[in-house]
Design a protein around this ligand. Structure first.
Ligand code: E4P
Length: 216
């Protein structure tokens, strides 16, 4: 499973890239706004660090506007993936852009029916938002399971990015289901490392090693 980082924060991206375990990055208007930096410049900076797929979202909501913004974003770097919202205009734009060889990530997917439309339009990636579904007492991972089944039934090329991750178990569950990709906030990625028995184990080994060394 590929791991993308869900952030526009360059320090987090550099740290995770340094660990050698991230394959790409996803951003959205909220994440970019949080950084307070010029959008296009930040997208270029992220692409230079990651050298893998970097999702940058259009903010136009009409077909013409989305296609125009998408073409501009795609020119920033070969790694740019244009994020398009799941609407009729968005799906029409995805069809057009996939015909032009521009990679797309259909965002705000909350049902298998929406996923099916995005895949039919030729989306490179689709992003089901599991955390936001869990937040309203739905089972986010259930739609991931159903979307993956549709992909296998019809051999769609689209890859599933499990998005809106809230905790490390979302990442583990995505892997157990065989999702292609998970995009995670830095906090949940860090949490994957931790186990109290690892810390206790290291401390015990170091204490025993110190006692052993004192004999010589
Ligand atoms: C990623 O593509 C999404 O924009 C992101 O995961 C949304 O996460 P949120 O529901 O925590 O805002």
């Amino acid at each position: 499973m590929k791991i993308f980082l869900d952030t526009a924060n360059l320090e987090e991206i550099k740290t995770a890239a340094d660990w050698g375990i991230i394959d790409g990055v996803t951003t959205n208007p909220t994440l970019v706004a949080r950084e307070g930096v010029p959008f296009h410049e930040r997208v270029k900076e992220i692409c230079e660090v990651v050298k893998g797929p970097v999702s940058a979202e259009v903010t136009a909501l009409d077909y013409q506007g989305m296609v125009k913004e998408a073409r501009e974003l795609a020119k920033l770097s070969e790694y740019v993936v244009v994020k398009i919202p799941m609407t009729p205009d968005g799906i029409k734009a995805v069809k057009k852009l996939s015909g032009e060889g521009i990679k797309t990530n259909v965002t705000l997917i909350f049902s298998p029916s929406q996923a099916l439309l995005a895949m039919k339009a030729g989306a490179t990636y689709i992003s089901p938002f599991v955390g936001r579904l869990d937040d309203i007492s739905n089972e986010g991972m259930k739609i991931v399971e159903e979307i993956l089944q549709i992909i296998y039934n019809y051999d769609f090329d689209t890859e599933v990015i499990v998005a809106s991750v809230r905790h490390p178990m979302h990442i583990v569950e995505a892997a157990l289901l065989g999702a292609h990709i998970v995009t995670t906030p830095f906090k949940s990625l860090q949490a994957l490392f931790r186990h109290p028995l690892t810390d206790i184990g290291i401390e015990r080994f170091m204490n025993d090693w110190k006692k052993y060394k004192e004999q010589f």
